[in-house]
Design a protein around this ligand. Structure first.
Ligand code: FCB
Length: 467
């Protein structure tokens, strides 16, 4: 589908649909010790030899802490409704417990006010992976005590910023924290122990539920939710062993999070598979985890194809593959959203991350990243398809605003719709950003047109679907 075809889908999106761009603190901020910030597990992990592909770290990244005003101007220039960002826990409470760092808090206060002054809704994430290193010294997410430290952190941030942000996400992608961080160990904190990983997932989910309860008890009206990384799982063949493995992998990625959040139980087949590595659950934990949410965010990049023989060859499908080695599979997003809506009593859904890493070439002030532009357009179209099938979607956010520190891949992989020259820190809008800006202008024009031609008794949502 050529990128311009997406314009035909515009009427599917209601007036109040939220278009955004996303980043996270560790990936863009830099300034790891400025004004009293403490080390996070990612600061520490980057120093392990071989942990990061290009040997880099987050010390400078996009220098966002210094350049935040210009970056907010850039966001405003794109014409988005929302900016999804995360707070660095060790910047606001360096040890994860004990004294709060008012200078760190001030930074996020200025950021939020700066967004509001530019007419952009702040979508705040509390935990995008950069746990204070001091908490890791006590066992990190594998230690039940961290649950309570997180609840305090959530309360502290919400007390300060809750009246001005559009939403608060507790955790970004608990699967990644637990499995990549504690089972395969390719992400911080670099632990390789399945039982530890599964205990960490339980504590992440528990801290999410308890934080929601605490914030509501404190009287905050902010919309609260969580963000999961999910993919449809497809079996490589019809062989029973492939199908069985696919079901297990689906259990470990999707049902392990969706079942407790919405049904209050861990999936029994996965619990049995884990055996002694299954998490220890205390009475009352599952009830806390099912605390109702106001929204659920989904980060989608690709599908997963499962073979019992070992890793599936991504080139075997003949489809385009991104620079991460991820297959471009937009219809998987529709399939996923429809399934979530069908199988679970979900609140309104957001695509909180979606985008592609591609090799970019900056020449004469332009980056002709047509693969990224088409990737985004095709996935937006996939969201429209899900909405046509009855899924209640409230927003879509591109990953990412800026090229940034892509975790274990360092700076080698570029996801930004804005190019960052890491030597000069110059920002350049890529063609994908120019296209997104134009697309959003068209949506804005449609909103205005609808406002000027009111249809009696029909809400904007219905109006949108009746194209
Ligand atoms: C997601 C992360 C995000 C970014 C993208 C590419 O898993 O949430 O920070 O790294 O992948």
């Amino acid at each position: 589908m050529p990128a311009q075809d997406i314009y035909r889908r515009l009427p599917r999106f209601p007036d109040d649909f939220v278009w955004g761009v996303a980043t996270s603190a560790f990936q863009i901020e830099g300034a790891p010790t400025l004004d009293g910030k403490g080390p996070s597990i990612w600061d520490t992990f980057c120093r392990q030899p071989g942990a990061i592909a290009d040997g880099s770290n987050g010390d400078v990244a996009c220098e966002h802490v210094r350049r935040w005003q210009a970056d907010l101007d850039l966001i405003a220039e794109l014409g988005v409704d929302a900016y999804r960002f995360s707070v660095s826990w060790p910047r606001v409470r360096p040890g994860g417990t004990g004294a709060w760092n008012s200078k760190g808090m001030d930074f996020y206060e200025r950021l939020v006010d700066g967004l509001l002054a530019r007419g952009i809704k702040p979508y705040l994430t509390l935990n995008h992976w950069d746990l204070p290193d001091e908490l890791q010294q006590q066992g990190g997410w594998a230690n039940r005590d961290t649950v309570h430290r997180f609840v305090e952190y959530a309360q502290g941030i919400t007390r300060r910023l809750g009246d001005r942000v559009a939403s608060i996400t507790t955790h970004n992608e608990p699967w990644v924290i637990a499995v990549l961080g504690h089972e395969t160990g390719i992400f911080a904190p670099g632990i390789k122990n399945r039982a530890t990983a599964m205990q960490a997932t339980h504590h992440l989910l528990l801290s999410h539920g308890l934080a929601l309860q605490a914030l509501r008890a404190d009287g905050h009206a902010t919309r609260l939710g969580i963000v999961l990384n999910l993919s449809p799982m497809h079996s490589a063949t019809d062989a029973p062993e492939d199908i069985e493995k696919t079901r297990l992998e689906d259990g470990r990625l999707l049902r392990w999070y969706m079942d407790p959040l919405f049904n209050g139980t861990y999936p029994q087949d996965v619990v049995e598979f884990l055996g002694d590595d299954a998490p220890r659950v205390q009475s009352g934990d599952m009830a806390a985890i099912t605390t109702p949410m106001d929204f659920l965010g989904v980060n989608y990049y690709s599908r997963s194809v499962i073979s019992a023989q070992g890793p599936w060859d991504v080139n075997s499908s003949g489809r385009e593959v991104t620079d991460m080695g991820w297959e471009v599979y937009p219809e998987g997003l529709t399939e996923l959203l429809v399934r979530m809506h069908r199988d679970y009593p979900v609140p309104p859904l957001y695509v909180t991350e979606n985008g592609g890493a591609f090799k970019d070439n900056l020449q004469d002030g332009r980056v002709h990243d047509h693969q990224r532009r088409d990737y985004i357009a095709r996935h937006i179209s996939a969201v429209a398809d899900a909405m046509e099938q009855g899924v209640h979607m409230e927003g879509y956010m591109v990953w990412s605003l800026l090229d940034n520190f892509e975790w274990a891949s360092g700076f080698e992989k570029r996801f930004g719709i804005v190019h960052v020259d890491y030597t000069t820190q110059q920002r350049t809008l890529k063609d994908s950003a120019l296209w997104y800006r134009d697309f959003l202008l068209q949506h804005k024009a449609m909103r205005q047109h609808r406002a000027s031609v009111p249809v009696a008794g029909v809400s904007s949502q219905h109006n949108a679907v009746a194209s």
